[in-house]
Design a protein around this ligand. Structure first.
Ligand code: AR6
Length: 198
């Protein structure tokens, strides 16, 4: 099934657009896709497994190198690699928090994972970025709360970057893997960036 753009809105105070897509992130034709990685960077299940399978051995080798050189990536941070056979130019590996009930700084760590991903994208010269719903699968973050944190983090980062004259990211998309997740993100988007009509 083709990926489907559900909604796209301008982000006030910026020249950027924010959109929601229903589909598979490995099929996105953007400069960078973000992976919901784990601190080892050596791959796993969920979207991480799908990205590694679709990208092939070049991505595995890049991740192994970063694992050996940097010792991996802590929660709330992000690192960039090439994208192997994927249509994207780069994969940004972001590590979200494991959900422990909300009292262990999970929201701050999730916010940081999104903001750091956009910072890495800018450094790499990427102007379009697709995110999955980080931490809401194996890591157990409740999706409605995660959607609000994610959208707010991206909107804030885009505004601050625009105000600071940093390189423009034209477009950010969230690629949702189920209709249920897409509906939850749609409700959060309507709350955070109310649109005109539909
Ligand atoms: N495209 C878009 N979204 C996807 C895809 C896909 N192809 N496949 C799954 N999702 P998860 P986490 C959604 O578990 O919670 C890995 O083992 C999925 O439905 O992939 O951050 C890592 O190595 C869910 O909505 O990531 C870590 O150990 C979202 O992606 C751990 O899982 C995130 O689910 C990270 O857990």
């Amino acid at each position: 099934m083709e990926n489907r753009l559900l909604v796209q809105r301008p982000v006030p105070g910026t020249a950027s657009r924010l959109g929601l897509v229903r589909g598979d992130i490995t099929r996105e034709r953007v400069d960078a896709i973000v992976n919901a990685a784990n601190p080892s960077l050596l791959g796993g299940g969920g979207v991480d497994g799908a990205i590694h399978r679709a990208a092939g051995p070049e991505l595995d080798a890049d991740c192994r190198r970063l694992h050996d050189e940097l010792g991996g990536c802590p929660p709330g941070q992000a690192v960039v690699t090439t994208a192997g056979r994927l249509p994207a130019r780069h994969v940004i590996h972001a590590v979200g928090p494991v959900w422990h009930g909300g009292g262990r700084g999970e929201a701050a760590t999730l916010r940081s994972a999104y903001r750091q991903s956009l910072a890495r994208a800018r450094e790499a010269g990427d102007r379009s970025v697709a995110f999955p719903s980080i931490s809401t699968g194996a890591y157990g973050y409740p999706v409605a709360e995660a959607a609000r944190v994610a959208l707010r983090a991206v909107v804030e980062e885009l505004r601050e970057a625009a105000a600071g004259g940093q390189p423009l990211i034209d477009e950010v998309r969230f690629v949702l893997f189920s209709d249920a997740d897409a509906a939850v993100y749609r409700a959060a988007l309507d709350e955070i960036l109310p649109g005109e009509g539909a």
